[in-house]
Ligand binder design. Structure first.
Ligand code: IPD
Ligand code: CA
Length: 263
């Protein structure tokens, strides 16, 4: 099946699962919230949404593997792998803060070739495939054209369970706060990345993220002419738990700033 056809079908699947999540969100109660670890939560809705995605995607590429947030019995395959977060922004979700998304990426031999981030409440669907531009709701998007750090709007995620790097993080945070237009913390890394891709944010950085939080969004940033790296400027940002995504123009500037604190 051609990647373009696969992408169209996956968008339909993701939107269907999005409607399921939206409908269930109205019934959610505190008794439905399970604790996975320190400040790390899951609900039956995350689990059921993930199973629905796995079930539908399984038929699409036989023998594809799955790297997913909730169901750890899923196995990675040698060639094609789906990398899925059924709800990126679970803390927002359980607190009825409307910023959360479904994130689905497809990799072939460890190279990402498809990325979809669907922001459920705004119904914005960001998507791209290899050798194509990035889109939001079928309109081509690109990163911002700002090359002035003082005019940059920066997104980040605050450390909330891995505090190993909190000191350099806070020093960097103070520096960025004093040398930018402002900082935002939306609570869904996939949405942060999608917003870099369409020029709403100029820069996003966070540490401690998992492959399912970043795989789709980072690919969308790249296809929208942005740049993504780990904190050392290298490309280990999907499994390496450090990510900087920018409009390209501010990348070198930002890498130098991060390296001043994270050595
Ligand atoms: C989280 C969100 C959040 C980020 C966390 C992630 P989850 O994903 O992306 O913005 O700060 O580090 O874990 O747990 O809601 O899927
Ligand atoms: Ca999640």
């Amino acid at each position: 099946m051609k990647l373009e056809v696969i992408s169209k079908e996956v968008i339909e699947i993701v939107k269907r699962v999005g409607s399921f999540i939206e409908a269930e969100s109205k019934k959610l109660s505190t008794a439905d919230v399970e604790v996975k670890g320190l400040n790390d939560f899951v609900t039956y809705i995350d689990k059921e949404a993930e199973q629905r995605l796995i079930r539908e995607l399984k038929g699409m590429i036989p023998n594809a593997g799955f790297i997913v947030e909730e169901d750890q019995s899923q196995k990675k395959a040698a060639e094609y792998n789906w990398i899925i977060d059924p709800i990126d922004g679970t803390t927002n979700f359980i607190h009825s803060i409307p910023v959360y998304s479904i994130s689905v990426a497809l990799s072939f031999k460890d190279e990402i070739i498809l990325g979809i981030v669907y922001e459920i409440n705004s119904k914005e669907c960001f998507h791209t495939i290899k050798n194509q531009p990035a889109y939001v709701n079928n309109k081509i998007i690109s990163v911002s054209e700002n090359n002035v750090p003082g005019k940059a709007l920066i997104a980040t995620g605050f450390p909330y369970h891995d505090f190993s790097l909190i000191d350099p993080y806070l020093l960097l945070f103070k520096d960025v706060m004093q040398n930018s237009r402002g900082i935002r913390r939306l609570g869904s890394a996939a949405v942060d990345l999608a917003y870099v891709a369409c020029g709403r944010f100029d820069v996003f950085f966070e540490y401690g993220l998992k492959p399912w939080d970043v795989a789709a969004g980072a690919f969308i940033v790249k296809q929208a002419s942005g740049k993504v790296s780990d904190f050392s400027g290298k490309s280990n940002y999907i499994f390496g738990q450090q990510i900087i995504a920018t409009n390209n123009l501010l990348h070198e500037y930002f890498i130098k700033k991060v390296q001043r604190y994270f050595i």
